[in-house]
Design a protein around this ligand. Structure first.
Ligand SMILES: O=C(O)CCC(=O)C(=O)O
Length: 422
């Protein structure tokens, strides 16, 4: 059972499932015209405006400080737009809380493109290369990590992605999926390997799975990565906390770990600081990084394995996704028809775009939610070329990722962050 006593294995109510299904195969043009979808880029209809409470999220200068610390590792330079003489420059980011689903707050375009790029680089050049962060691929394959080189140790992986490994065909390092393994030096980015890397990931069980080439791993098979406390997808549970263990293989910067567990890597310190700056009510202890391509979906579910009821933070980067969230049918089927009608109002459908952030608190915290569609061709131009084209840039080493140019054009990445214990 999860914190509030809700069963993580319970299937979604029929009505949530049917709304989810309605968007599953919807044509892009139909979606564009669908009056029920909250689409902040298209603009809200007068009816939708009445359904949300609009409020300023943060002052631009404060946001700029939070973002500069994350993207550049320092406060903004004096004279930048956050200095008093340069203010006010931009309108504040607006947040929208849905009146029918108290606690559901959407902040459209909160993360600017350079912060989205920095986040992608931290997640995929650094955190994916940390063998203590599990992925869906670990369930069936030995993941073969790029070999560590002295070159890859030059920079701390805390605030910058690991340096690129010059195109190499040398034997990659195989690491067993053991979260409590002896700390190993950080590996370079998988994206620094040639697309044609020939050493496939061996299957755990050769009678059920075939060897997995690197190109398939990055292009198609990678669906999720866990940060911090490692979620067990089969048991739908987290490891138990221990008093205070430090994490020698911490991918953070040596600052004290906020979620140190014997069996789990610490939550990356720079990403935790970014999230804490934006949502101080939630302590980032675990995250799931969902990786979608158009055609991929996430079924309706509730996140109820956390013992803490603190809000969830959900950050979207890349292609647009349709997000369905709400309550329905929990009261059973003996309700009067008018009660069922009223409940309809509780289900909200949002078109999430790159840089949008959703906070799920209050009634929305344990609501059913899922992603029935990811829309092809919607990744913003500034991100499309990642990991090449400036996005993976570390001291001019961007060309190391050239072979994977355009990977993001066909992806949607969602960073989903939870506090597990109070
Ligand atoms: O991809 C999203 O927007 C939602 C992800 C999600 O609901 C989850 O990871 O639990």
């Amino acid at each position: 059972m999860g914190g509030p006593g809700l069963d993580p294995h319970r299937p979604p109510p029929d009505r949530i499932r049917s709304i989810w299904k309605r968007y599953r195969h919807m044509q892009a043009s139909t979606l564009d015209a669908d009056p029920d979808v909250l689409d902040f880029s298209r603009g809200l209809s007068p009816g939708q405006r009445g359904q949300v409470r609009e409020f300023p999220f943060y002052a631009p200068a404060e946001l700029e400080r939070i973002f500069a610390r994350f993207a550049d590792g320092r406060d903004p330079a004096p004279g930048s737009s956050s200095s008093p003489s340069a203010m006010p420059k931009e309108p504040p980011s607006m947040a929208y809380e849905h009146r029918n689903l108290q606690g559901l707050v959407i902040i459209p375009s909160l993360l600017p493109p350079h912060v989205q790029l920095a986040l992608l680089s931290r997640l995929f050049h650094r955190d994916l290369s940390n063998s203590r962060h599990m992925t869906n691929v670990h369930l069936h394959h030995h993941v073969v990590y790029p070999p560590s080189t002295s070159h890859s140790h030059r920079k701390s992986p805390a605030s910058t992605p690991p340096s690129a490994n010059p195109a190499n065909g040398s034997a990659p390092t195989q690491v067993s999926p053991s979260p409590s393994a002896t700390p190993t030096p950080p590996s370079p980015s998988f994206f620094s390997l040639p697309v044609t890397t020939t050493t496939p990931f061996p299957p755990l069980n050769p009678s059920t799975h075939r060897p997995l080439p690197l190109s398939s791993f990055l292009s198609r098979k990678l669906r999720w990565l866990t940060l911090g406390a490692q979620y067990d997808w089969t048991a739908k549970s987290y490891p138990a906390p221990t008093a205070s263990t430090s994490d020698a293989d911490n991918s953070g910067d040596g600052s004290p770990s906020t979620a140190a567990f014997d069996a789990s890597p610490a939550f990356p310190a720079d990403i935790a600081a970014l999230l804490r700056g934006l949502f101080p009510q939630t302590e980032p202890q675990a995250a799931i990084v969902n990786v979608y391509a158009p055609g991929d979906v996430l079924g309706a579910h509730r996140d109820v394995s956390e013992e803490s009821a603190r809000g969830l933070v959900s950050v979207s980067v890349g292609c647009d996704g349709v997000f369905v969230i709400g309550h329905a049918g929990e009261g059973g089927d003996d309700r009067r028809e008018n009660e069922k009608e009223e409940e309809k109002e509780d289900v909200v459908v949002v078109r999430l775009r790159s840089g949008d952030v959703v906070y799920m608190d209050g009634r929305a915290r344990f609501a059913w939610h899922g992603v029935p569609a990811v829309l092809a061709g919607t990744c913003p131009a500034k991100l499309r070329e990642w990991p090449a084209g400036g996005g993976g840039r570390v001291d001019g080493e961007d060309e190391a990722f050239e072979a994977w140019r355009g990977w993001m054009a066909g992806k949607r990445v969602n960073l989903n962050v939870r506090q597990m214990w109070d």
